[in-house]
Design a protein around this ligand. Structure first.
Ligand code: CTP
Ligand code: ZN
Length: 154
């Protein structure tokens, strides 16, 4: 039994749990939460977790996430769980999932890719490797590797 809660339970909203330690601020970036936002947000970083490593947690009151936001979070925090809270209860819990194909939410690193020109072609990628994460551009075959926050459209 925990002696104290690190951050308060929330009444309604979304808890993004099991975020890879170090990624909480990137999750806020993806959700476009800035100092100007009026939303009530709690962030915990480097919290000891049941498994060996530590984790980050983001709690957002009175907001549910759009599916493209969840897909973006999967790219930087592949083990995150999304908990929907209503009336203090977890009414829904699911793990984020890496999509096999993604369209529109990340941009190709190749400046000459057709998805980076004036052509009305939205960027599209195919999952190439899970660990370390790699996506292949559907149009130019460029493989994206590394820190996916750099490719995410925010
Ligand atoms: N939570 C919250 N407010 C609530 C209910 C839950 O902030 N009213 C948070 C918990 O602190 C936890 C997450 O939502 O970070 C998931 O809650 P719960 O499923 O009760 O916790 P666990 O069983 O530990 O989750 P898991 O099995 O996914 O690790
Ligand atoms: Zn490309």
């Amino acid at each position: 039994m925990e002696r104290e809660l690190r951050i308060k339970s929330i009444h309604n909203g979304t808890v993004i749990d099991h975020i890879r330690a170090g990624q909480a601020l990137n999750v806020l970036k993806i959700l476009r939460i800035t100092g100007a936002s009026k939303a009530v947000i709690s962030v915990a970083m480097n919290v000891p977790s049941k498994n060996i490593t530590s984790k980050d947690i983001v709690k957002i009151e009175d907001r549910e996430l759009a599916s493209d936001e969840v897909d973006k979070i999967a790219l930087i925090a592949p083990n995150a769980t999304i908990n929907i809270i209503r009336g203090y209860e977890v009414i829904e819990k699911h793990k984020v999932q890496l999509p096999d194909e993604i369209e529109g939410i990340i941009k190709c690193a190749n400046p000459n890719c057709i998805s980076n020109t004036k052509e009305p072609v939205s960027p599209k990628f195919v999952l190439h490797e899970v660990d370390p994460l790699q996506f292949r551009c559907f149009y130019c075959d460029r493989i994206l590797v590394g820190d996916f926050i750099d490719y995410v459209k925010t």
